[in-house]
Write a protein that binds this ligand. Sequence first.
Ligand code: NAD
Length: 488
Amino acid sequence: MPTDLPTGRPDDLPGEIRHWIGGELLDSADGRTFAVCDPVSNSPYATAAAGGPEDVDRAVAAGRAAFPAWSKLGTRERARILYRIADGVEAREERLAALETFDSGLPITQARGQARRAAENFRYFADVIVGLGEEAFRVGDEQINYVVRTPIGVAGLITPWNTPFMLESWKLAPALASGCTLVLKPAEWTPLSAGLWPEILEGAGLPAGVVNIVHGIGEEAGQALVDHPQVPLISFTGSTDTGKHIVRSSAAHLKTTSMELGGKSPVVLFADADLDAALDSVVFGVFSLNGERCTAGSRVLVERPVYEEFTRRLAERAERVRVGPPADPTTQVGALVHPEHYTRVLDYVETGQREAKLLAGGSRPAHLPEGNYLQPTVFADVPRDARIFQEEIFGPVVAVAPFDDEAEAVELANATEYGLAAYVWTSDLKRGHRVAHAVESGMVWINSHNVRDLRTPFGGVKSSGLGREGGAHSIDFYTESKIVHVML
Ligand code: NAD
């Protein structure tokens, strides 16, 4: 790359990324590794241990050995450890941001928020577990029935490459709070930041073997975890195709699964909305995090009277977004995570030019000859059967289409296989609620965006997922409930 651009290469980059099993950093049993690249030079900076069934087996054994003591620890004591983990995460904010930016291509200013969000996951679930009561049901004067909640065992956690550390924390925190031990399989394109967990968790006093990390390729390490008979639960965040495959594999052992999958979330914008606020929200929703955001509002449906104005202003904003090296604090869109993903996104951009009208972007910015860069891209007049309307692109690309009335808006919003998030913009609150109820999605924001309330259920419908995590849903997921009936 040109030498005047910051490389963002953090100090003390490890040359080797290893598994963490039973409190020890280990190579794979068979010694295999895979190369890890950064998305700016697209050249290898480290090798990571490539886990397979034997490594997963060792990790599950460590998790099983640690389970009796961890699951029986008082909730207050577990909560204290979770609070210390949160402090450890926050204390590494700058280091985490530097690693995440370098490894995943996230703009540094956006990577900085990740530590706080990750830390909050631990504090929140610490509070939940301490405050959790168990249910009891009295039947007349003769009988009482009460529920005993027990952690399910060694949980298998499989995570994607977008905001990798934060999404790992989203699973680690409730699993640990619930009393599970676990094996985490981080995404192979972005394994770097997971290397912070051992020092954070050990520093917080978490006993060895409670958390185990096995790196590797999804089809090998991930599959071995899914297939392991002593892992009764899989929490997965990733693509819909992989999710379907994991559900099929999990059926062999009737595992409990939670699937947080892809999206093609609609923004429904009525003519009476606050257009400035909606525009800010759309730009943020689809271009922040490089557009590699599961809840990105990647289809914008706009009521006809404001369609021309909105598309023109959105295109102007997209052209002004600063694309640049991830480590540059003025960068708003960085480098897409991996050349394979970049090529996939570019293929969609090419397809989109045949399917719809290109209003902005559509190519690599001229000042960035290398690295996985794309100028934020806006397509207008996108027909509902277009691939760029139907399929998740997972990059800074937005499809805009007009609608004439509320019924058509809802129909278009629901016209894809996905159902993760939706956004409604209108000054008519009755209509806002009506549309929110009619849209097929797990989460809807009315006149707002990006508010994450950790108490609320998180997840999607249709091809966007199965089950809910968040708040009490997470505790339900990581525990079994047994009912005890007692004659008084
Ligand atoms: P992916 O499905 O390719 O990979 C996700 C994880 O699954 C990785 O760790 C991978 O190694 C592993 N994996 C792959 N094959 C496997 C197998 N056969 N068995 C077990 N594990 C396997 O997804 P990705 O490209 O890393 O992530 C992007 C996707 O994640 C997008 O579709 C995005 O919408 C989705 N996502 C969803 C949410 C949500 O909350 N709904 C959040 C973030 C990302």
